[in-house]
Design a protein around this ligand. Sequence first.
Ligand code: G6P
Length: 608
Amino acid sequence: MCGIVGYIGGDQAAPVLLSGLEKLEYRGYDSAGVAVYDGTSLKVVKAKGRLKVLSDLIDGGKKTPGTIGIGHTRWATHGAPSDINSHPQVSDSGRFAVVHNGIIENYMALKEMLVRKGKTFVSETDTEVVAQLLEYYYQGDILDAMIRVLQKVEGSYALGVISQDNPDELVAVRKDSPLIVGLGEGENYIASDVPAILNKTRDIYRLNDREIVVLRRDSVKIYNMDKELVSKEVCHIDWDVSAAEKGGYEHFMAKEIMEQPKVLRDTISPRLKDGKIVLDSISLTAEDLKSFSKICIVACGSAYHVGVVAKYVFEKVMRIPVDVDLASEFRYRDPMVDKSTLVLVISQSGETADTLAALREAKRRGARTLSIVNVVGSSIANESDDVIYTWAGPEIAVATTKAYSAQLAVVYLLAIYMGQLNGKLDSQQVASYIAALEKLPEQVEEVLQDKENVQYLASLFFNARDVFFIGRNLDYAMSLEGSLKLKEISYIHSDAYAAGELKHGTISLIENGTLVIALATQNPLFDKMMSNVKEVKARGAIVLGMAVQGNTQIENFADHVIYIPETCDIMLPSLAVIPLQLFSYYVSSMKGCDIDKPRNLAKSVTVE
Ligand code: G6P
């Protein structure tokens, strides 16, 4: 949430900052700004609106001279999007400029203290206190000042700082909010995510909490809070640059939807060897598994919806009770987890603040933790007892698609692996699940080939005011994701209901012409689903149904039908989700919405 880029080197900084920020706009895009030292003083330019507004203002950076600078693209938390509240924030005298991701929780108390000392604040942001504090504590050594500031502030932060008094140094630090350091030749960078600097360098340092980095043109030094030097291993990023580019597609979301067969292959294939599931990276033993009385899953957003699928899958395959919690609720309900609980944490970014907090709460209570994460070296990956990576590559569109699919694949792998370990699956069942898993990527390809049909259906309904998704069992879990996808990128009001629950209230909203998307891929529940379809049809709904190929009976009930190939019941969600993603994408495109950067949303939510 919010994007940070910093540069120090021999080139003009502002164009480098703008090009990095462009890659980070998915993290926040309500305003943007840069601060550059021009040889005499710090020059700050900020603008409400998309990055383009800022870029036009400074002619792509050309109008802003200087070879050291920091830039920011914002997702507002404290204070509405405005020029003043944009970052960088500066100190009273303008000598310190700061960009910040996260929230300084005690900023009010600090602000009052600073006002008493005579400082004048101009913005409503929490970040301004950091700039003011730096100036207040500065006595000639910026590192000392930074350490004093960090002793005062509470909350989460990734900070980038430049100062007029130290024009050869860029200082940065993080706590509970991601920040990396990019290492170049005669130039160095900071960024809140790798894509921002990928066209400049592939060698990075990942900072741990409260490690302070001091970048000069030709050196990078990392210190701890005792001002001792910390040594760190260089991490080499080996993704293809094109992985973070649109590659000919109109939107990242389209590209990422189409990449799903490859992502599934990359996530599944390395874990299948000689007809067995091999998860070398995790240390769970059969003994450990026997000691668990339940599994508790925590996540947010679409990752939570993967958790809802996982509940059905684990309970069926492993016969163990499973709770699924929204991470934002988990730690405030005195959760009943202890060492007999396996807590499974699911997160694409590995940085979602609520999910990270839930993980820490689970660990504090003695639970064993296992995470499913896409970003290598992220906070959740680092802090979990075990981690299984989804190999989805960088996901740029705010609405997740390929990372969601990769998470589902890991859920199946885990379920089969653990079902085998705890003796609930025999070798025949394992073999048939593995065969289904191996076929999944090509089946997803087949579903993607039907995209014109989905596009046609989208053209019928893109003007809908309300859409209801219904399903039972795993189809209910899919309804949740289908509905979220549609509302987040098309701004159409939509809701998901367990089909049997509709009649307990929500059916009163169905009227002539209301679109109901009825997922009926689970054959054993097909008849029950069709009863629910009849109920809504009787009240005037238009029904778009989804069923597995061969089950043409659905045509007797629904107005329009999407078919998906047959596979074992637990893996149907991986096929069912594809038309739902495509439907949302096309509806959003026909409505002219900003598909990759929907309003009010951010990709990585690093505030609670
Ligand atoms: C944001 C994104 C969602 C995502 C959720 C959890 O809200 O827009 O797509 O599902 O965060 O993110 P995570 O990185 O933890 O999976």
